[in-house]
Design a protein. Structure first.
Lengths: 312, 600
């Protein structure tokens, strides 16, 4: 009987010691997105150390790689990242600038804060395009065509800023050197154009573009005094779904959204509607204000495990 | 004329039984067909034992792979969290069952038993949300990270398998002959000694079977784990630390998946299915042996202890090994109280946080696109439509299959054995695998976009085993003298079934239907990729897509800026489960009484 008691005590002390040793400053909770997310691939593509080694992407042999630290939490939604950061003092994550709200704090990168100006002049480096695309060969239905014209016009400027993104007016940035996409004029047709047999224009793609496309769809619907849900079917899954949908579409009734560049893809007709900054976020209680690209790289590869190592 | 009718009747019943077999075959064929190219491209060995999961959504079958697809870390993660769940939920469940049967005051017993029924019905998204909002912050107090990891998933999964373990262990404890207990007491044993040293060992094979079934449930659980495991594709490291399980892999990446990635995710489902089937085979072997042993025991007293039995002895004699039954008694009482408190905790937490946000607008408001003012009315309608469709398909099929199995087959021929096997397999398939199946069959069939039609059909397959089993159970409860009486009066088989047997079994069948409704309400994994995952406008037809309540809750909880609405949805879900549970009990009792009253 006594032996059993001693054993129990031993186990208890061991457990307590284990917990006690966890004390002190906690490790950084590194939060990333699941593979396939456009935000993640943009982030991994953009964050590099001083030698130019990227956090992830394709290596010189075309092999996929990721240096992401193994203990990172992977979230499938932007909102999950925000919730996790908002509830954890030691967390760091990244989201689209448009999804930023007061529940978390955005860090400056290399001393530059993400603002409309710093994004459009390129001094804030963590940025990526918001691309709208349709199939390159299919004939668009009148409504899809009309909505694409609408997005291409200056009307979309307001929606971009409402979504926290920076509208692009330069035709070469919107398209490419060879195929510039100018800002067009758009006026409402006498009646809502038809969307063919399907009845509704299908929109799918990047979840980061949710706010932008919601505002744009609402604006478009108002022009025709109709309800959004009668005009469109919007189900946002991911950039790759949007891109693939546009590549394989034959109905001419599908609009794909991508938050990664599709330059060089000949199967789609695409243009960049605005630029989005990816902001690094921390808990409101965190003393951190700014972070360098190198530090970000070290945190996401697990070289830095405590915020105190940043010397902040 | 009558003969033809009888024959047609029999044929119809047999066909619906055949459909059950077809469903199983279809699940296997489609999953294998979809995953075979991925297995071939990646290599079965590399896939199962590779420990790097780094998919590339641009990979296709006719180009060299650029990503890596190995699920071994997730297999380890799944097994680790299952063991953890068993260590917590299994032991707690076992002692709770002992408490319920032997140490519980009679009044409390009824309440606690039905409370455990409620615990079984709570949707897994609610468990997950509870884990995120309640458990993780507590664990984070002494964890090096935010609390996510093996400990959190083990605790939540443990709670989720608890009802399974308790109800099955309780049944086997209750079925031990009273004489065992009385004999022990007559020999001078105390109540506690009699319980732990005679009754519990006698029931141990049933208890072990209940643990195995709990393992099956833990392996296949999806949504709750996704919300609290952390989900990085690595091995679980210690009690805290992000890791990923097989089911989570499917849910997390199906929405993004490229060509090869999609095949690999279906292959993940196949690996999961293999695990669950192995566990289920183990279960049926164990329960078959339990029956055999019980028969054998009366014939010859001593049987040689084998390894399998030693493992069983371990659990059966857990208290005995402590050399003191009073510790067992204490643990049993503690476990019972703990279980009751946990239920109060979950329901109370959800109610307190959510009730203030359940407003008329939230429940019945008009859906406005892009509005911050969330309403779940469209989700309520979507859920109702899904319930109507899945029951319309599953109930006739299930009831007819049960009639075929119980009324039309005197002896167990090959066909009947296959049908039973098929039902058992269907019962064991994890809900996320149903979701995969629905995605690659019904969704593709109806034009590639998710629709309530596809979701409802998917879930109707999932409901089949539940309905068949409980209908058969209630048919079995109908006394044979009723059938004999009917035949004696000259009625044919069909007439006997429809006029005599079915009405007598109606109470049981109806309560099974009510519980099936509860299942549709609480499931989210099978709907996520079949019926749609966004809260959208009011569905006008079955071709529209929409999020059911549980999916809407997953969505709201995940998006982060609608936490209050997520709590409110949880209140609605828990409320529905409570009401349906009460209704099921009420229906069964009321109808049974009415029938008995008329006939006697």
């Amino acid at each position: 009987m006594k032996k059993v008691k001693t054993k129990i005590w031993l186990v208890c002390t061991a457990v307590l010691c284990a917990f006690a040793s966890c004390g002190g400053e906690k490790h950084i909770t590194v939060i990333s997105r699941t593979a396939g997310s456009g935000t993640r691939s943009a982030f991994e593509e953009l964050v590099a150390n001083e030698d130019g080694r990227k956090l992830g992407g394709k290596d010189e042999n075309g092999k996929e790689y990721s240096l992401l630290v193994k203990t990172a939490l992977e979230k499938s939604e932007t909102g999950d990242v925000k919730t996790a950061v908002a509830s954890d003092k030691n967390a760091i994550g990244y989201i689209s600038f448009g999804s930023l709200d007061s529940s978390v704090k955005a860090l400056a990168l290399n001393g530059v804060e993400a603002t409309e100006e710093s994004v459009s002049n390129g001094s804030y480096e963590l940025q990526r395009p918001f691309v709208v695309m349709t199939n390159a060969t299919a004939t668009l239905t009148p409504r899809a065509e009309d909505f694409m014209q609408y997005l291409q016009s200056a009307e979309s400027e307001a929606f971009a800023s409402e979504a926290g993104a920076v509208w692009v007016s330069d035709p070469k940035t919107r398209g490419s050197e060879d195929f510039p996409v100018p800002v067009t004029d758009w006026t409402a047709k006498p009646a809502l154009p038809s969307a063919g047999e399907n009845g509704k224009v299908v929109i799918n793609g990047s979840t980061s573009m949710q706010k932008f496309i919601e505002r744009a769809a609402l604006g478009y619907a108002e022009e025709y005094s109709a309800s959004v849900t009668d005009i469109f079917t919007i189900e946002l899954q991911s950039s790759s779904v949007g891109r693939k949908g546009a590549e394989t579409d034959t109905t001419g009734n599908f609009i794909g959204l991508s938050s990664a560049s599709v330059a060089g893809n000949e199967k789609v007709r695409a243009f960049t509607v605005c630029l989005d900054a990816i902001v690094v976020i921390v808990n409101l209680a965190s003393p951190l204000q700014t972070v360098t690209a190198q530090q970000l790289f070290d945190i996401y590869t697990g070289k830095i495990v405590r915020f105190s190592e940043l010397g902040a | 004329m009558t003969k033809v009718k009888e024959k047609i009747g029999r044929a119809v019943f047999a066909v619906s039984a055949g459909i059950c077999i077809l469903a199983v075959v279809a699940i296997f064929v489609f999953l294998l067909a979809k995953s075979a190219p991925a297995f071939a491209k990646i290599g079965v060995f590399n896939f199962v034992f590779g420990d790097t999961w780094l998919p590339s959504s641009s990979d296709s079958y006719n180009a060299p792979l650029s990503g890596e697809y190995g699920v071994f870390t997730m297999i380890v993660g799944t097994l680790a969290t299952t063991v953890g769940a068993l260590a917590f939920g299994g032991v707690l469940g076992y002692f709770t069952a002992v408490f319920l049967v032997f140490f519980c005051p009679n009044g409390l017993k009824k309440v606690l038993s039905s409370a455990i029924g409620v615990l079984a019905g709570i949707p897994s998204v609610v468990y997950g949300f509870f884990g995120v909002q309640f458990l993780l912050p507590i664990l984070a107090l002494f964890a090096p990270n935010n609390g996510a990891g093996l400990l959190a998933t083990s605790l939540v999964l443990g709670l989720m398998i608890l009802p399974t373990v308790v109800s099955l262990s309780k049944t086997s404890l209750e079925s031990v002959p009273r004489a065992y207990y009385e004999g022990a007491v007559a020999m001078g044993a105390t109540h506690t000694q009699a319980v732990f040293k005679t009754v519990v060992p006698a029931a141990r094979s049933g208890i072990v079977a209940s643990l195995v079934l709990g393992v099956g449930r833990a392996l296949g659980e999806t949504m709750a784990v996704v919300m609290i495991a952390g989900n990085s594709a690595t091995y679980p490291s210690g009690l805290f630390g992000s890791f990923r399980v097989l089911t989570a892999n499917i849910v997390l990446e199906m929405g993004y998946a490229g060509e090869v990635q999609e095949g690999a995710l279906v292959a993940t489902g196949v690996v999961l299915l293999v695990f669950v089937l192995l566990v289920n085979i183990l279960f049926s072997l164990l329960s078959a042996r339990a029956v055999k042993r019980a028969v054998k025991k009366t014939k010859n007293k001593k049987s040689r202890p084998r390894v399998g039995m030693r493992i069983r002895d371990f659990f059966g004699n857990l208290a005995y090994r402590m050399k003191s039954s009073s510790i067992g008694k204490g643990t049993a009482i503690f476990s019972g109280t703990f279980t009751a408190l946990t239920l109060v905790c979950i329901v109370g937490f959800v109610l307190i946080k959510g009730l203030p946000h359940v407003t008329p607008h939230f429940l019945f408001g008009k859906f406005v696109f892009g509005s911050e003012n969330i309403t779940i009315f469209t989700s309520i309608v979507t859920t109702l439509m899904a319930i109507a469709l899945s029951l319309a398909v599953a109930v006739p099929l299930g009831v007819m299959t049960a009639i075929f199995l119980h009324e039309y087959t005197a002896k167990e021929n090959l066909f009947v054995r296959i049908v039973r096997g098929a039902i058992d397999i269907l019962g064991g398939v994890p809900s996320i695998v149903y979701g995969l199946f629905g995605l690659i069959t019904f969704v593709r069939l109806f034009g590639g976009t998710s629709s309530i039609l596809a979701g409802g059909l998917t879930v109707s397959v999932m409901l089949l085993p539940t309905i068949v089993r409980s209908t058969e159970e209630s048919l079995r409860a109908v006394s044979d003298s009723l059938r004999e009486g009917s035949y004696a009066l000259g009625a044919g088989k069909l007439r006997t079934v429809f006029k005599i047997v079915l009405p007598s079994a109606l109470g049981g069948i109806l309560s099974a239907i009510v519980l099936a409704m509860g299942r549709v309400v609480s499931e989210s994994a099978p709907f996520l990729y079949t019926a749609g995952s966004v809260i959208w406008a009011m569905p006008t037809s079955y071709a529209d897509n929409g999020a059911t309540l549980a999916v809407a809750m997953y969505r709201l909880a995940g998006e982060g800026w609608h936490t209050n609405e997520a709590y409110a949805t949880a209140v609605v879900l828990v409320g529905i489960v409570l009401i349906l549970n009460l209704l099921a009990g009420f229906v069964a009792k009321k109808l049974q009484k009415k029938w008995n009253g008329e006939k006697r």
